[in-house]
Design a protein around this ligand. Structure first.
Ligand code: NDP
Length: 480
């Protein structure tokens, strides 16, 4: 993209990572063949095939669940909690030791900038294991009675936007609470989960405690509907979340769903505008907007609308879109061709419905899947770009006059995952936050994550919490 001066390229080397030409499933501590047809995983920035990955059939998923059950009954369930904690600490340390390898692999498989995988995804994944390692022998203080017990085997299905981090959000609390796991990574981003399998072996984790079954949606369906799975945890689209809720209804399985969002980022006229602009950029362009809690609806107080939009456009003009392996890159590649098609379709709806579309000047790379940072103004709450989750670098700007109108517009969505408030008045922030129907509300910041802080939604954003003491409840049976 154009900017006032050019940076010299600063590419991260990929030589630290050995990508095998093919990968099997990770079941009972071993790499094994899958019986389904192998899938190719592609670098979305170059369309280069990175590797072939096995697909788990129903029979393979059954083997994985049996292995997880055996490990739960014989080893992991009966183990002293402090010893379980030691394994989690070991995994956390190994993630830190191999951080650069994980960051490079994540960027190659997912398309996100190396700066983000290196500074956000991998450190946070390690932090989740450290945090939950500390809980393993203190579960009686989780607020679930004096002797909470694990549920058994957890079936976990995760999406492609934060492949390693979502794995950590799922696996760390499950293991800390004494459960064993069968995890299915997303079809387009399986590689860091398979490297994590290697970390499990390196940590001497007993076989069967963590099993990783790769494949497409059918493999996910087999995991969540397996009769010997006690707990289902899913992160992904609202549509698939609904079908999982139907499949699990009427069984004794426990379910947590972390689904889509359409967060409002509310900017009052007393907000520090430059700081707010940084927060708006971080809210919607972090990870190419492939973020369930992205601040995709900007609500600006009417009297500062023009000033905010002008400052935002100036700032977006300086963002660097391109090679995700370059340490100067701000926006990387869109994760897959179908996701690019979906973004294009929703943007075309925005234009057809009469909103004004703005994009910065500049060329995108010729190969790979790319989309420019995009801002829509003149958006009405009825437009699809104001209602549907785009899951891409597309911001819809609307205005409000009074705090009540801001709250009404922010809550005018079928989702309720997150929100942001920008104001210099603490009392106003508290008053507005109290009225927002969103699981997470950020004040004068956006997209901050911490393993101690519970994360989850209202309404069609799903139910249950991940992280913090509340997140442990999803993996434990209490006495009360
Ligand atoms: P999905 O919800 O389809 O994918 C999430 C995970 O579920 C993947 O591992 C997927 O496998 C798996 N899966 C798919 N179908 C089933 C099923 N019937 N039973 C069990 N598991 C299943 O999201 P998509 O990748 O298709 O993305 C579509 C849209 O969803 C995006 O455009 C975005 O709007 C939204 N999305 C939201 C996310 C969020 O965190 N809020 C995350 C991802 C997507 P596979 O990858 O192989 O299809």
């Amino acid at each position: 993209m154009t900017s006032s001066f050019e940076y010299a390229p600063a590419p991260e080397s990929r030589s630290i990572v050995d990508i095998a030409p093919s990968y099997g499933l990770f079941i009972d501590g071993e790499s094994t063949d899958g019986t389904g047809p192998a899938l190719k995983t592609v670098n979305p920035a170059t369309e280069e095939v990175l590797s072939e990955v096995a697909t788990a059939s129903d029979a393979d998923v059954d083997r994985a669940v049996r292995a997880a059950r055996r490990a739960f009954t014989r080893v992991w369930g009966p183990m002293r909690p402090a010893d379980r904690g030691k394994y989690l600490f070991r995994i956390a340390r190994l993630l830190q030791e191999r951080a650069r390898e994980f960051a490079v692999l994540e960027t190659l498989d997912n398309g996100k900038p190396i700066r983000e995988s290196r500074d956000v995804d991998v450190p946070l994944a390690a932090a989740h294991f450290f945090y939950h390692a500390g809980w393993a022998d203190k579960l009686e203080h989780a607020g679930l009675g004096p002797a909470p017990r694990p549920l058994g085997v957890a079936g976990q299905v995760i999406p492609w936007n934060f492949p390693l981090l979502m794995l950590a959000w799922k696996v760390a609390p499950a293991l800390a609470a004494g459960n064993t796991v069968v995890l299915k990574p997303a079809e387009t981003t399986p590689l860091t989960a398979l490297l994590f399998a290697e970390v499990c072996r390196q940590a001497d984790l007993p076989p069967g405690v963590v099993n990783i079954v790769t494949g497409a949606g059918e493999t996910g369906r087999a995991v969540i509907s397996h009769p010997d799975v006690d707990k289902v945890a899913f992160t992904g689209s609202t549509e698939v979340g609904r079908s999982i809720a139907r499949a699990v209804a009427g069984t004794s399985k426990r379910l947590t769903l972390e689904l889509g969002g359409k967060a409002a980022n509310i900017v009052f006229d007393d907000a520090p505008i430059d700081q707010a602009v940084e927060g708006i950029v971080r809210g919607i362009f972090f990870n190419q907007g492939h973020v369930c809690c992205a601040g995709s609806r900007l609500l600006v107080q009417e009297n500062v609308h023009d000033e905010v939009v002008a400052a935002l456009q100036r700032r977006i003009g300086t963002l660097r879109v391109g090679d995700p392996m370059d340490k100067n890159t701000d926006l990387g590649a869109i994760n897959s061709h179908p996701q690019l098609d979906r973004i294009r379709e929703l943007v075309a709806f925005g234009v057809d419905e009469g909103a004004t579309c703005w994009q910065p000047e500049g060329e995108l790379p010729g190969r790979g899947y790319w989309f420019k940072p995009t801002v829509f103004t003149d958006v009405s709450p009825a437009h699809r770009i104001a209602r549907d989750e785009v899951f891409g670098p597309v911001l819809s700007v609307m205005t409000f006059r009074t705090p009540d109108e801001a709250v009404a517009k922010a809550n005018n969505t079928t989702y309720g995952l997150s929100a942001g408030i920008w104001s210099e008045k603490g009392s106003r922030i508290l008053q507005i936050a109290d009225q927002l129907r969103a699981g997470v509300v950020w004040a004068n910041t956006f997209n901050e994550f911490d393993p101690t802080s519970p994360f989850g939604g209202y309404k069609q954003s799903g139910y249950g919490r991940e992280g913090g003491r509340q997140g442990l409840a999803a993996y434990l049976k209490g006495d009360n």
